[in-house]
Each structure stands twice: as structure tokens, then as C-alpha cells.
Ligand binder design. Sequence first.
Ligand code: CTP
Length: 420
Amino acid sequence: MKTFKFKIPPKTTALLKKIGQLADERGEAAYAVGGFVRDLFLRRPGVDIDITVEGDGLTFAEKLAKITGSEVEAFTRFGTSIVVIPGFGKVDVATARTESYDHPGALPSVKKGGIIQDLYRRDFTLNAMALSLSPGYFLKLLDPFGGLGDLKRGRIRALHPKSFEDDPTRLFRAVRFEQRFGKRIEEKTERWLLSSVKGNYIQKVSGERLRNELRLIFQEPRPEKAVWRLDELGVLPHIHSALGVSAAAKKDLPHVAPAIGFFHKNKMVLEEERMVWFQTLLLSPGEKEAASLSKRLMLSRVEQNIVSQSAKAYPAFLKELSEKDLTASQMYKLLCPLRPEVQCFLMAAASPLLRKKLASYFVKIQKSVPWVRGKDLQTMGIPPGFRYSFILLEALNGQLDGKFKNRPQALEWVKKTFVS
Ligand code: CTP
């Protein structure tokens, strides 16, 4: 076992030593594993620590919480506990285990095992390394599958041919890591991946897990390459027939990040920013297909709303917006009811000329504060009722189209037109 010099903050080192010591006292062995170890070698230290204990992870987590003055926040069905240490962060503690899958895409059944078995059940060699925390072996590397060599050679390699069959979500992880770390899926691994795609194992995965994987991909800094790759590997139609990357979407992709940047710069909030990216995968589905896609991926209400608005607006609105010379109020009528995530996607998908027009619309028109309000109508003695919304809309249209120059002029026009 080789020891490495890592750049680890002193308080993390102190905590790792404490964990190793606690395990030793209990006659167990503890290891730092998974993404934490990988990221140390990549010099991009994360905050969360993954610990595997050869022994009883659940009791170990309780003891660890006790000696660090913290609490065990959660248990999962796989015997993993999360200890949240004040002023530090999350420590995931798991019992070393083997996994078996009843059928592809199912959640695994688990059995206690040793550290090597625990590493073997993992997705890729770069995630299958462990650092011993035992006193005397502190930070010695356990790398039975050549993860460090793969990390250096820049390749993402699965541990065995059935890896993607067992857990098809790993193909999304492969694509995500490929883009995040600038590495490449190794040839044989890609063959295994493609054969699992052909075998249609993705269909067996629950909507919730698929949605989570897509969310994670779209949370990466620049997901466009991952979108290309998912398309290249033929993954998307296996999730749902409404998904794919059309020729138009390929053209739109480079404009998505700048459109999101424009929205940020102008303080237009994108509550579900990743859904701007998701729309690049929609093959202009009809209403029924959009609804079936939302059901398959168990999308949230907001996400469903975005998919259904986008399906209606794209490309119909773009055509209307670019073909006719629309007035500001006509643009407002088309665009204002759409969620910002859909507006942002339309901006990415627009022609350069239309994009300019949309940029000016978003900044100058959509942000306009109406000059005439309900209170003004009341003051004029107009009886409240359904006429109000009509009058207010007409007044706003006049304002947007430059019919009046200021609020007094707008009020004057309302008085003249609607008060007899
Ligand atoms: N893992 C796996 N198969 C999966 C998910 C996870 O083998 N489908 C293993 C990997 O060894 C991974 C570890 O569980 O390193 C922890 O998983 P997770 O926290 O989801 O991933 P990270 O590798 O830490 O990635 P990220 O940096 O994106 O959180």
C-alpha cells in the first residue's frame, strides 16, 4: 500500500484520524472511499466524506456522532448513515457490503462484506479506491482495480461487463464524469454500455431515478457536451420517444449557456435553470406525448408546466415572432404567460436577429411597470368588475406600443375612452 501526500485541510485530517482511531478501538477498520478519494487525486476536494467500515456501520456512525458532538441525520435502506458534524459538513458512513441485483434497474440487495468486495460493487475504477484510516496505515491507498492508473490515463472504466445492466443509471454517471473531468469512456466499457442501451435496460429504471440522473447532468457547469454524448450513445429514445436531439436542437445548444447568462445578468430568475437545458432534448412533442413524458420522469409540477408550455411554444412561437413584424404588445401577449425557463430556451433557439429583438423585449418591455392600476380605475369611479382586466390590458398595450409617453397621458386616455 502506497502513502500519498494530499492537500487536505488540517481539520479534515484530524477528523479522518479520529475516525480511524475509533474504528481501531472497536476492532473494526475504516476507509475513506468513492468520490472523496477520487477528488483528492484530482485536487478538487469536495466537502462531503464517504466512509466505509468493515464492521457495523450503523453503530459506528452513532459513536462517531457522540464523540464529535453531532447527530446522525439519516439512515438509508442500504445501511448508510449520514452524520452531520457542526462547522464541518456531512460524513456518509456505510458498512462494507456486496450487492446483488434481482433484475436490471432494480435497487440492489445488500450483504455485509469486506472492503475489496465493497470496492468491486462500485461503478468505475476511479470511484473504486479506498484510503485506509487505520493508525499505522493512515492514508495508504487501496486500489485493487487500477483506478489511479485510469485516472492518470484519463479513462472511465467499469469494473465488469454487467455493471450497466445491474444499474443502468451508471451510463448517465459515465457521461457526467466524462464531461466533468475531461476523461473518456474506455473502449470496452463503451461496448458494455452500448449493449446495455440496446438491451433496453433503461426502461426498467424508475422515473424518479432517471429524473435525478438528468437533473445531475444539467447541474454540471456546461452540460452541452453531455447532451451530445447522450445522443451519440443512443440513450435518449430509450428513456422516452419524445426525447432526442434534433438537428435544430444541435444548432441551439451552443446558445443555451449564453441565454442563461443573459437572464442572470438582467436579474431574471430561472427557478428551474436545468430545465432550460432539458428543453433541448424535447422533440417537439404533442400535448399527449409531453404529458406521458412528464409521467414517465415523474416531473414536479413546475417541471411539467415547463415541458407543456415548451411543447406548445416551440417552434410555433418562434415562427410567429420572426415572420411577422409584431408590436411590443403582441410580443407581450405571446411571451409574458410563459415561464422564464421557456422564454430563455426560446431565446437560445431564436435566429440571431430575433434573439436581439427578444433581448430588447425582455429588458425594456417585459419589465415595464403598468402605469394604470386598478386603484386608478376606482378613483375614476369605474365600478369594479370584469371590465377592469380589459381596461388595464388595453392601457398596458397602449403603454408598450408607445401610444402614451407617461402615466398622466395614460390616465387621460383611460378617462376619455372608458368614463362617459
Ligand atoms: N456508486 C456506484 N453506482 C451508482 C452510484 C454510486 O457504484 N449508481 C458508488 C461510487 O463508488 C460513488 C459512490 O457510490 O463514488 C458515491 O456515490 P455518489 O455520492 O452518488 O457519487 P460521487 O462519486 O461522490 O459523485 P458526485 O461527485 O457527483 O457526488
